[in-house]
Design a protein around this ligand. Structure first.
Ligand code: PNS
Length: 158
């Protein structure tokens, strides 16, 4: 039986922490869809098309990974794609409470299970927001994001 999973997120922008979870999930499932949220209610730093292009760039070496965008409920995206597994990275206990709520809501709304993957300790402090703050103040983000993302951060945030 072929097992598909979805790895959802805002990816604004994708970091090495995301890439780590995507690579490890891709090694364990037959197909992994990285689903990038198109949230019309919130202005992201990077437009959807750019977030998708960056995700495609940094996952290009993974044959069983595809990148897609989604809007609305994750469970609807899963249903439309025939996916019943959601994979989320957990960095710390502080992530857990909200992630647990989302997992249980998604389980209630649709036939989806959420599997949590602990992030590698080297990336457990990373978030897109923090990386943007470092970039905004001219700090070096080379350890936190792939080079193509670092270039975009420099262009956009200075
Ligand atoms: O990278 P993020 O911002 O932590 O990702 C959050 C995301 C996109 C996974 C979450 O906001 C989401 O699934 N949004 C879609 C709307 C939805 O399904 N909400 C109900 C789940 S509780």
């Amino acid at each position: 039986m072929s097992v598909s999973a979805v790895c959802p997120g805002s990816f604004d922008p994708v970091t090495y922490g995301h890439v780590d979870v995507i690579e490890r999930a891709a090694a364990r499932f037959d197909r992994l869809v990285v689903a990038c949220l198109h949230n019309r209610g919130k202005e992201p730093t990077f437009p959807l098309a750019e977030r998708i292009a960056l995700l495609e760039d940094v996952t290009g070496h993974l044959d069983n990974v595809e990148v897609a965008d989604f809007e609305g409920l994750l469970v609807d995206f899963c249903r439309a794609r025939g996916i019943e597994l959601v994979v989320k990275g957990l960095r710390a206990v502080s992530d857990f409470e909200y992630e647990l709520q989302m997992a249980q809501m998604n389980g209630r709304l649709g036939n989806v299970e959420t599997l949590f993957m602990t992030t590698s300790p080297v990336y457990s402090f990373l978030s897109s927001s923090l990386v943007k703050e470092v970039a905004r103040f001219g700090g070096d983000v080379a350890d936190f994001v792939p080079p193509v993302v670092a270039d975009r951060l420099r262009e956009r945030l200075g």
